[in-house]
Design a binder for this molecule. Structure first.
Ligand code: ZN
Length: 300
């Protein structure tokens, strides 16, 4: 199944459900950043979560940033996802590998760290981003983002995230978010029913590996609750927002003396984008142009 995001409602619009398949885009991230298995799982879960959170925003330019800062060896995870279906991200220490946890699974919680913070920034595209912070629950990402949704956004939410990564790379990945909206949130029986159904869901990736499609998974979970799957399927993809122009802009901020130093010592400059790993080379001639720009601006 191609990478995609599907939305649905149930219980007379009292339940909102979003599912996303992210297998290919997480494999692209793994290759770009040369990530270990556990780093791929940590970043992949966070990328899926970012797309799921962004999907509920209204403005076309809206984006969500998720930063996870734990006390584990991965050191940090940063993801930037948009309502437009684009996502990018990286971990600070991509080569960390750990033995499997007690359940025989990739030890994402151990790599991220069990204590620390999850920061979520929602930016609707007109400035004034809204940010909030919660303490990590386990560092497994899914539980941490759920904790954020329930405490910061006060929305009863159930979230399943999964990344299956092996010698062939990422072969199944995605996530599922089910939320009880304010009109139905007082219906405790409905909230309990959803929580029990999701807790019986034994991971998300096994369903994908068994060949289940997102509509089939929705049907299994919400089919008896007036499920309405929206026909539009949104494509999602890894896409960075860096460019050579932005790199030149950043170099310019270093100032004349630093630029002159780069010309004399390195005959140019090299910059690598943290988000996508793209390497940009600026020649001495281009750096001289920046110095000229700076002196023209200083005179003006
Ligand atoms: Zn980039």
């Amino acid at each position: 199944m191609a990478d995609q995001l599907i939305r649905a409602t149930a219980a007379d619009d009292g339940i909102r459900a979003v599912g996303v398949i992210t297998t290919r885009l997480i494999e692209e991230a793994r290759q770009r950043h040369q990530m270990s298995y556990v780093a791929t799982a940590a970043l992949g879960r966070t990328m899926s979560a970012g797309l799921l959170l962004a999907s509920s925003m209204k403005q076309a330019q809206a984006r969500v940033n998720i930063r996870v800062k734990g006390d584990g060896p991965l050191q940090g995870v940063l993801v930037d996802a948009g309502l437009d279906g684009t996502v990018r991200g990286y971990v600070t220490n991509p080569t960390v590998e750990l033995p499997p946890n007690a359940q025989g699974k990739l030890d994402v919680g151990g790599a991220v760290g069990h204590t620390g913070y999850l920061y979520v920034v929602r930016d609707i595209g007109y400035g004034y981003p809204y940010s909030s912070t919660v303490e990590l629950v386990s560092g497994e990402i899914g539980e941490d983002v759920t904790h954020y949704l329930v405490t910061s956004e006060q929305t009863p939410s159930a979230l399943a995230l999964g990344v299956f990564v092996g010698a062939q790379g990422v072969t199944a990945a995605g996530g599922l978010l089910i939320q009880v909206l304010p009109k139905a949130a007082r219906d405790q029986a409905l909230v309990d029913l959803l929580e029990s159904r999701l807790s019986h869901l034994k991971g998300f990736t096994p369903l994908l590996q068994a060949g289940k499609t997102l509509p089939e998974i929705f049907e299994d979970l919400l089919g008896d609750l007036g499920l309405n799957i929206f026909p539009q399927r949104q494509m999602v993809r890894f896409q960075c927002r860096c460019s050579f122009e932005r790199v030149l802009g950043a170099l310019k901020l270093l100032g004349q003396a630093e630029l002159q130093d780069m010309i004399e010592k390195d005959d140019g400059a090299e910059a690598t984008c943290d988000f996508c790993g793209e390497v940009y080379q600026a020649t001495s001639l281009q750096l001289e142009q920046l110095i000229d720009d700076l002196s023209t601006e200083a005179e003006a």
